[in-house]
Design a binder for this molecule. Structure first.
Ligand code: NAP
Length: 510
């Protein structure tokens, strides 16, 4: 068993997790320049403005403060909503081709500035630089996809079945939209919402997660430089999301809430939105089953589970949470997975070659630690890792558990860490029943070389997405989203723009 070796730069990590030091003392000159390039105010009505308070942005690899950004008060949020509401009519009238061109310019700038943006993301979120670069490319692609969709909005014209009149059907922007994003994909979750909103003709206010505001502020700066009209996109950052967002959600000028985050917060927001019957899109938590049948190509299944488990250090809604392997191949699969995961270098995401970065914060490490202990108490065995590293930084090693019983807490909640939870099944029906035994329904993965079985199982799984012999489903051109408590609506694909459009029918008497 190989234990991964942390490559955290101790010289930069002398302060323990959670401590806040003077801005930038731990950064090299390139890192400092990247952080200094980000505007740290609120972006409202096309201008950067300060608020009355500041909040620190911490490096999860060291616990040190990278910089401070503005901590918005509720009145700042309402000012942002006012800016979005004032800009709405003109933006809706702006020709689709111009809206599309703006998104295309921003797409190009995101790609051109990848190195700087990836470094900012790694510093504030912890993911390795290679993954951060991948996220910038993924994020940029949402702008290109929706730039292409902006000019293809269609409608309809048909005779009424009873004759005498005609139906004209057109689609219009839903109006000023509130967008709330999580910390785990700080850029892509933003472009996945801003892209279709702008393409549809909606203005917006976006609130990034408290832990990762810099990527969104950098994106606002790019949109601004790309020629964004004042008020079309507004960015507010805060330590108190409930106090900031609730007045905006209850304000009748807001016409849409698009949220990505946990199911628990999503339910609170749905209740708030019910008061004004506001349109919602909810991209919520997951509990993905990863099924490996005995007729699978095991090499591909190992590659697939590495991607589905280790992407983003396991902190993805799409992460393989329950890995179910058919009995005859279970032992070999566990051994090979442990070898692969055990060889992954761990450390600060900026260090060359690092694959396992820090978790987002100390609470995340504590949660993963407790989930692993609970599984052990219930009879599962740790075959790799299993013990958090001492700080500084929020490091938890790649971990593999076998014989994880169905009543283990980690089978019912998102692990959100680099922990592979394996258990064995015997029959196809058992695999399907166990896969569906969860209130979540975001994504599942199936590995089999048998086409009939593959399609049969895909159809039987209660998830919005299935990876059949592939461990990554995210693609801007595909409809991303879940069923059951994993959410409402789809982002990306041909239907992504529909979330920001209302259908209007005009009855015409001839
Ligand atoms: P979270 O705690 O639900 O937070 C998500 C966002 O909601 C953050 O911006 C947060 O602000 C904000 N928020 C929290 N309480 C709020 C309130 N009362 N009113 C308004 N906004 C509020 O989730 P997270 O820990 O950031 O992200 C991880 C979760 O997101 C996981 O469950 C993951 O599965 C899910 N996720 C889903 C998808 C998907 O597409 N389905 C994609 C990525 C992540 P603060 O940061 O200030 O708390």
């Amino acid at each position: 068993m190989v234990v991964p070796h942390p490559t955290t730069n101790r010289a930069r990590s002398s302060v323990r997790s959670g401590a806040v030091t003077t801005t930038g003392t731990s950064l090299d000159s390139t890192e400092q320049a990247a952080i200094d390039s980000v505007p740290t105010g609120l972006f409202i009505g096309g201008a950067w403005r300060e608020g009355t308070a500041r909040m620190p942005v911490l490096d999860p690899a060291t616990g040190q403060s990278l910089c401070e950004v503005t901590d918005a008060a509720p009145e700042d949020g309402l000012a942002a909503l006012s800016a979005a509401a004032e800009a709405q009519a003109a933006w809706a009238r702006t020709p689709a081709r111009e809206r599309s061109d703006l998104l295309m310019r921003a797409h190009r700038m995101l790609l051109d500035e990848t190195e700087r943006l990836a470094l900012i993301m790694t510093l504030e979120m912890g993911k390795p630089l290679a993954e951060a670069r991948g996220e910038i490319a993924y994020a940029a692609e949402f702008f290109r996809w929706f730039a292409e969709e902006a000019v293809r909005l269609d409608g309809g014209y048909m005779p009424a079945p009873g004759g005498g009149s005609r139906f004209l059907v057109t689609r219009q922007p839903v109006g000023p939209s509130l967008l709330i994003t999580p910390w785990n994909f700080p850029m892509a979750m933003g472009t996945r919402k801003i892209g279709p909103a702008l393409a549809a003709g909606c203005t917006c206010v976006i609130k990034p997660a408290e832990q990762t505001p810099l990527s969104m502020l950098a994106l606002a700066d790019i949109l601004n430089r790309a020629g964004l009209p004042a008020g079309v996109v507004n960015v507010v950052t805060t330590t108190d999301p409930g106090a900031l967002m609730t007045p905006m959600i209850l304000d009748p000028r807001s016409r849409k809430l698009s949220f990505t985050g946990s199911t628990a917060v999503g339910k609170v927001l749905l209740e708030q939105c019910a008061r004004t019957v506001m349109r919602t899109s909810m991209e919520l938590g997951g509990n993905a089953p990863f099924l490996v049948f005995e007729d699978a190509d095991l090499d591909e299944a190992i590659e697939g589970v590495m991607a589905a488990k280790m992407r983003n250090i396991g902190q993805a809604c799409t992460a393989a949470n329950r890995i179910l392997v058919q009995r005859s191949v279970a032992e070999e699969f566990a051994r090979r997975l442990s070898e692969r995961m055990g060889a992954l270098p761990m450390g600060r995401g900026t260090e060359p070659g690092v694959v396992v970065g820090p978790l987002i914060d100390a609470d995340a490490v504590a949660k993963v630690t407790e989930l692993v202990s609970d599984a052990q108490r219930r009879g599962s065995r740790v075959v790799l890792g299993g013990t958090a590293f001492e700080g500084p930084g929020n490091f938890y090693p790649a971990t593999v558990l076998v014989d994880v019983p169905a009543d283990a807490e980690m089978c019912h909640t998102e692990i959100f860490g680099p922990v592979a939870a394996l258990s064995v099944f015997d029959t196809e029906d058992e695999a399907i029943d166990r896969a569906n035994d969860t209130p979540y329904g975001l994504v599942s993965y199936v590995y089999t070389e048998n086409l009939r079985r593959g399609l049969r199982v895909c159809e039987a799984l209660d998830t919005g997405m299935v990876g059949l012999n592939q461990g990554v489903v995210s693609n801007p051109a595909a409809p991303f989203g879940g069923v059951k408590e994993s959410g409402l609506g789809r982002e990306g694909g041909f239907t992504g723009i529909d979330e920001f459009l209302e259908t209007k029918y005009i009855g015409i008497k001839l």
